[in-house]
Design a protein around this ligand. Structure first.
Ligand SMILES: *[C@@H]1O[C@H](CO)[C@@H](O)[C@H](O)[C@H]1NC(C)=O
Ligand SMILES: *[C@@H]1O[C@H](CO)[C@@H](O)[C@H](O)[C@H]1NC(C)=O
Ligand SMILES: *[C@@H]1O[C@H](CO)[C@@H](O)[C@H](O)[C@H]1NC(C)=O
Length: 235
C-alpha cells in the first residue's frame, strides 16, 4: 500500500488557507445564484395568473416558479455553508469540518442533478412551452391575463405566426399598438442570458466544491493524525 502520509502537508495552514480562499470564491458564486434566483422569482411572479389558467399549469409552474426558487434556495444554502466552512477551517473544528464536508457532498449531488436538468433544458424548450400555453390562454375565456403579461413584457402577440386577435395587443389612446416586439423574442432574450449565467455558476461551483471537499478531507486527516495539544488550541 502507498503511504499517503507525506502527501498531505504537515502544516494545517497550507490546507486552511486554500480552503478559506476557495470558500470565499464559492460564497461569491452563491451570491450570483441568489441574485439570479431573485431576479427570476420576481420576473416570473408576473406569470402567476397566466400559469394558473393555462392547460399545462403543472409543468409551466415547475418552470416559472420551481426553477428560479430552486436556484435561489441553493444559492442561499451556499452563502451560509461557505461562511460556516471558513469558520470551521479557520478554527480547525474537527466535528464542524466533518459536517461541512458531508453537507458539501450532499449539495454536490443535488447540484449535479440540477445541472444535468439545466443542461437538457434548452432556452428554446422553455420558450416553446410558454408559447404553447400562450396560444391556448389567448383563445380561452381568461385571455385578459395575456394583455397583462404583454404590458409587463412590453410586447405584442406571441410570434410572427401566432393568432392575431386585435384585442390582445396593448394599444395607446389612438389605437396604435404600443409595442412592436413579439413576446417570444422578449422572453427568450430575458431567459437565455440568465440561463447561461446559472449554468456557468453551477459548473464553477461544482468544480471548486470538489476541490474544497478534498482540502477539507485532508485537513480532517491532518487534525486526526496530529492530536492537538492545549497550547495549539490557544495559538
Ligand atoms: C412538477 O414538479 C413536481 C414536483 O417536483 C413533479 O412531481 C411533477 O411531475 C412536475 N410536473 C411536470 C408536468 O413536469
Ligand atoms: C410560434 O409559436 C408557436 C407556439 O409556440 C410555435 O408552434 C410556432 O412554431 C412559432 N412560429 C415561429 C415562426 O416561430
Ligand atoms: C377573451 O375573453 C372574453 C371574455 O373574458 C371573451 O368574450 C372573448 O371571446 C375572448 N377572446 C377570445 C379570442 O377567445
Amino acid at each position: 500500500m502507498v503511504d499517503t502520509t507525506n502527501l498531505i502537508p504537515n502544516t494545517p495552514r497550507y490546507l486552511k488557507v486554500p480552503l478559506i480562499a476557495f470558500n470565499t470564491i464559492l460564497w461569491v458564486l452563491g451570491l450570483v445564484l441568489v441574485i439570479i434566483g431573485s431576479i427570476g422569482v420576481s420576473f416570473f411572479s408576473n406569470f402567476k395568473d397566466f400559469t394558473k389558467v393555462s392547460k399545462a399549469s403543472a409543468a409551466l409552474s415547475n418552470l416559472t416558479t420551481g426553477a428560479p426558487a430552486g436556484v435561489l434556495v441553493i444559492g442561499i444554502f451556499f452563502v451560509i455553508l461557505t461562511v460556516i466552512g471558513c469558520f470551521v477551517a479557520g478554527k480547525e473544528k474537527l466535528v464542524g469540518l466533518v459536517i461541512y464536508t458531508m453537507l458539501m457532498l450532499i449539495i454536490l449531488v443535488a447540484l449535479i442533478g440540477v445541472g444535468g436538468k439545466a443542461l437538457t433544458l434548452h432556452n428554446d424548450d422553455v420558450v416553446k412551452q410558454i408559447g404553447n400555453a400562450w396560444e391556448d390562454v389567448s383563445n380561452g375565456p381568461k385571455n385578459s391575463t395575456i394583455l397583462k403579461l404583454e404590458n409587463f413584457l412590453k410586447c405584442c402577440y406571441w410570434n410572427s405566426t401566432s393568432s392575431r386577435n386585435p384585442l390582445l395587443c396593448p394599444k395607446d389612446s389612438k389605437g396604435i399598438p404600443k409595442y412592436t416586439d413579439t413576446c417570444d423574442s422578449v422572453i427568450s432574450s430575458k431567459i437565455s442570458s440568465n440561463l447561461y449565467l446559472v449554468g456557468a455558476a453551477a459548473v464553477s461551483i461544482g468544480v471548486i466544491e470538489f476541490i474544497c471537499m478534498l482540502f477539507a478531507l485532508f485537513l480532517i486527516i491532518r487534525i486526526c493524525r496530529a492530536p492537538r495539544t492545549k497550547s495549539y488550541d490557544y495559538q
